[in-house]
Design a protein around this ligand. Sequence first.
Ligand code: NAD
Length: 502
Amino acid sequence: MRFQEIAARLGIDGDPRLAPAEGEPPPGVAHSENPATGEPIAGVRLDDAASCERTIAQSVETFRKWRMVPAPARGQVVRAIADELRRHRDALGELVSLEVGKIRAEGLGEVQETIDVADFAVGLSRQLHGLTMPSERPDHRLLEQWHPLGPVGVITAFNFPNAVWGWNAMLAAVCGDVTIWKPSLLAPLTAVATNAIAERVAAAAGHPGVFRLLIGTDDVAGERLVADRRVPLISATGSCRMGRRVGEVVARRLGRTLLELGGNNAVIVHRDADQDLAAKYVVFGAVGTAGQRCTSTRRLIVHEEIAAGFTARLVAAYDTIRVGDPLAEGTLVGPLISSRAVEGFEAAVAKAAQQGGRVLAGGARVAGRGHFVRPTIIRAPDNLPIAMEETFAPILYIFAYKDIEQAIAMQNSVDQGLSSAVFTSDVRVSERFLSAAGSDCGIANVNLGTSGAEIGGAFGGEKDTGGGRESGSDAWKAYMRRQTATINAGAGMTLAQGIRFE
Ligand code: NAD
């Protein structure tokens, strides 16, 4: 019932993609489930091989026209999309909550992030500038310029069903690219709604087809998109397992990838830290979005002198956290995405106990319907093997350290390199953490947590996180091709490096 009402507010109630969710889904249809109840919300029709081919071919056609629209005019279309998203922010945020279980504030925050990046992209549409360099030859001019790249394949994870598309699609659009979005089958309804909003604005401006969707299984839609040479850039967000596969397939055809993969993020709390501040950020980072952010705080590395007191403070805070219906007032932690995710959580807790960890808070699922678990704290001996893995659930492993070099080494000891943070009031400690010998992550914060990045900076991580950068700063360059041009305004032939050829 709730979905019908939201769909009507979003203007997608008649969308041909949608199907009723009654009984078993017929062939060619998938159901999206509400993780808070385990019940289906609505069905979506899946793309097959023929419709994938059609979508990619049409995107190539649309790109040919879109690339010739002046960039500031493309920016005006993105500006109108931001306005339309503002009008629908509440309904879209609620849909995010319904489909992936984020609490209301986080569902709204996610849509706000897309609006923010759209605003950023509008400004960018007048700043896609190249450089001019002095030529070594008389009467020559040397410059570089940036051209649109082509259709961009955007593969998104379930946990940011709106904003990750926004980071990519808004930048790609001002850069002159069209997007083909393959969302997670765990969150297709948010994708249908988001894409419909963008597409109706683009169509009204005379540019239908700049934003297209491919909804389907990984083998039919995903693999087809990734392998297609007509799609020069694949921007893929998800697990390291998925990134390895996508990276390999795209590299084989010498295409480009932008990979935003898993994280295993740590917070270091030094003995001189403001512990009130650190505790607030650690709790938000570890339990926010039920521990299902790529930037969630999964490891806490605390100075041994304060470890016992700081841990007790966290355990007390965890006792007060309300887990439940994500759309209910006062809820801080919603459900995990699926029953499989709950099993993954239980398996990790059991392994941690076997490997010498001690559960200090939580550690179990919540009985009843829906995929709820208790936020969990585990005191960990050094090198606890399970803590080296990313378990997509609210489990926080606590380690103790003696000196900052040891803490940084512990923080860097995992395969992933996404986000990191230190809490300290000693500038020597924070500078060490930010130095070349410090954190090896794409994001390194001082006196704030690992999650909740602003859109203005480039976002992404190193090592197994994939190396991609999205969102702010100069991340736009990934969506364009660079062309170096030399112009001879003189009469004769002058070769570089002084070569004579007469
Ligand atoms: P997932 O890897 O299961 O799926 C991600 C997406 O990849 C989905 O759309 C899926 O259908 C698609 N996919 C999987 N195999 C594919 C293939 N062979 N070809 C084409 N597409 C394929 O991840 P998930 O469970 O949806 O999301 C959680 C993971 O995503 C976590 O590891 C999390 O850290 C990561 N994540 C990273 C970032 C980041 O910015 N670094 C952001 C959000 C999530």
